[in-house]
Design a binder for this molecule. Structure first.
Ligand SMILES: [Zn+2]
Length: 250
């Protein structure tokens, strides 16, 4: 037979499945990348926080050493107070002690500021750590699922492609040629004809053409969208009453 509707429909079904696979093969890597980005950005956030914390602890240590130094100086001045001979020397030492003490107060205030900041960064680090504990494994599991889905899709597409070669080979040259040409043009090669209309481009078909399509036994294309027209419904002449082997239980 020139026109084998079942085979053409099968070919279209395979092509739709291949398109589905291709769509997934494009979409899944994007979703995998999004998950990887999320994990990487948290990782980076963590490194940044830890870097800031190290800096702060270093500054705090330096400030503490400075306080220690100033306290040593103050103690030394106080020792000297005991052995000065003049009021002038005494007054000068008191002034030095006062200046050193003011410096100590200022540094100690800075240390308190550092401690508050250290607490804030520690809290942030704890938050990121708990995110890693609860969310990272979820994201990795999700990523593994997507990766396996992607691998399965590739295998499935390769299967559909082999099947396609087989099915296409069954079709007569003219049908195969028309099918490929229209598919390249429209994305899909078939259009159902129903109630005298092409269901894809909605153009009205001539009654004689529609009658011919209903027989599903010749290659007829839509004048408007060039798709191969087929009829999906009861045949024009019912032959359902002439099946003698109908022996269903009820
Ligand atoms: Zn059409």
């Amino acid at each position: 037979m020139e026109f084998d509707l079942a085979t053409i429909l099968k070919l279209q079904q395979i092509d739709l499945s291949i398109n589905d696979c291709l769509r997934k093969e494009e979409e899944l890597p994007r979703r995998i990348l999004t998950l990887e980005d999320e994990i990487a950005s948290r990782q980076k956030e963590m490194e940044l926080e830890k870097g800031k914390l190290t800096e702060l602890l270093k500054s705090k240590k330096e400030a503490e050493a400075e306080v220690e130094l100033m306290r040593g100086k103050i103690a030394h001045y106080k020792d000297q107070l005991l052995s000065v001979k003049t009021n002038k020397e005494y007054a000068a030492l008191l002034k030095e002690i006062d200046a050193a003490q003011k410096k100590v107060d200022g540094i100690e205030e800075r240390i308190i500021g550092f401690l508050i900041e250290v607490d804030e960064h520690n809290a942030h680090i704890k938050k990121i750590e708990s995110w890693f504990q609860s969310e990272k494994s979820k994201l990795l599991a999700e990523k593994a699922t997507l990766e396996s889905e992607l691998a399965q899709t590739r295998v499935a597409r390769s299967g559909f492609e082999s099947k396609r070669v087989e099915v296409e080979a069954i079709l007569p040259e003219t049908v195969r040629h028309t099918y490929s040409r229209v598919r390249a043009l429209r994305g899909g090669a078939l259009a159902e004809a129903r109630d005298e209309f092409c269901m894809e481009c909605h153009v009205r078909l001539r009654p004689q053409v529609y009658n011919d399509i209903r027989n599903n036994n010749q290659l007829i294309t839509c004048d408007s969208c060039y798709r191969i027209l087929y009829y999906d419904g009861p045949p024009p002449l019912s032959i359902s009453d002439e099946s003698p082997e109908s022996n269903e239980p009820d």
